[in-house]
Design a protein around this ligand. Structure first.
Ligand code: PEP
Ligand code: MN
Length: 342
């Protein structure tokens, strides 16, 4: 079951309830949202006397195991990264190179993507590469280059953290921490990243079910961090014609199942530059709160993922069209009522 409280409930009341539940060996996790309201998930039904006198509380049945992330007690969360807001009517555009290549190229790319309309930067300093022979990223120097790009443009940046030991360092520089597809189910990393106090971009593993993705988000929320943005980035299919299959079912489904904002990565989700624009716009049409796109001024010279990296002119076209689509869809309802509970 899930118990929620409106903003203003003192921590003491929440703590007492969770202590009592734990005394009865009832598993529970609590979370205070940015708006001050509180949700507590319990893995069994509480004895009714525990809730007596807690007038501000509301009890919700839990049909899903991710009791803090579920939409059953909350319709939509907003996640802020600086001035950028995920989860509202305006879709957010994050863009930049796959990997931070050099200070000059990162700053140049940042200026160009800002000019194209991006509100946030991306770029890998610690890269998860399929081959150990491939460039693994500049590490801390790469983080400094991203910080320089932020300074030059005023845009906040998201970058990946690969290991629990790196969380402190990456969080010193980054505005948002990315948990990559290959690490979605790395629970020690999820817990450590959650506690760094920064918003988390949680990519879906390329063979993860929707429930596994939601449970990964639940790990972050249950560490007391409400600021999670989900990212659909493509799943493994059978056809080598594309690198991954962008699973656009996941977008409206995740929006129905959870209150967390959902964005789409059409770069990794297709692996082909020519598919990025149509699938980016399809992602917005499916209800995504934003896009994360690999873009740089000279994509053919990119040292990583160039074949799926678009030019900044192409990025500007996507920005123009996604804004129009976002306006057209602003009042599109999220039909959780049609969900059939298992
Ligand atoms: C990335 O965004 O740079 C990346 C490696 O993505 P993913 O984890 O989705 O493969
Ligand atoms: Mn990449």
């Amino acid at each position: 079951m899930i118990v929620t409280f409106e903003a203003g409930i003192p921590d003491r009341v929440v703590d007492n309830l969770t202590i009592e539940a734990k005394r009865l060996l009832i598993g529970c996790r609590s979370l205070r949202f940015a708006d001050g309201s509180v949700a507590i998930g319990f893995d069994r039904t509480l004895p009714p006397d525990l809730l007596e006198g807690l007038a501000a509380s509301q009890v919700h049945p839990a049909h899903r195991p991710y009791m803090l992330a579920t939409s059953e007690h909350r319709r939509q969360s907003l996640v802020r990264v600086g001035d950028v807001e995920f989860g509202g009517d305006d879709p957010v555009l994050i863009a930049g190179p796959c990997v931070v290549e050099s200070r000059e190229r990162m700053v140049e790319a940042a200026i160009a993507v800002r000019h194209a309309g991006a509100q946030m930067l991306r770029g890998g300093a610690f890269k998860p590469r399929t081959s150990p022979y491939s460039f693994q990223g500049h590490g801390e120097e790469g983080l400094q280059m991203l910080a320089d790009a932020r300074y030059a443009t005023g845009l906040p940046f998201v970058t990946e953290v690969l290991e629990p030991e790196q969380v402190g360092l990456v969080a010193e520089y980054a505005d948002m921490l990315q948990i990559g597809a290959r690490n979605m189910a790395n629970t020690p990393l999820l817990k450590k990243a959650a506690r760094a106090g920064k918003p988390i971009l949680l990519k879906r593993g390329f063979s993860a079910t929707i429930d596994e993705w939601m449970m990964a988000a639940e790990y972050v929320l249950s560490e007391g961090n409400p600021n999670v943005v989900l990212c659909e980035r493509g799943i493994r299919g059978f056809d080598p014609a594309v690198r991954f299959n962008l699973d656009l079912n996941a977008v409206p489904l995740a929006r129905q199942l959870t209150h967390l904002p959902v964005i789409v990565d059409p770069s990794h989700g297709t692996g082909l530059r020519s598919l990025v624009r149509p699938m980016a716009l399809a992602g917005i049409a499916a209800g995504a709160h934003g896009l994360i796109i690999e873009a740089q001024p000279d994509p053919d010279s990119a040292i990583c993922d160039g074949y799926q990296t678009i030019s900044t002119e192409e990025l500007a076209t996507i920005k123009r069209k996604m804004t129009l689509l976002g306006q057209a869809l602003a009042d599109e309802p999220v039909d959780s009522d049609l969900l059939v509970h298992a």
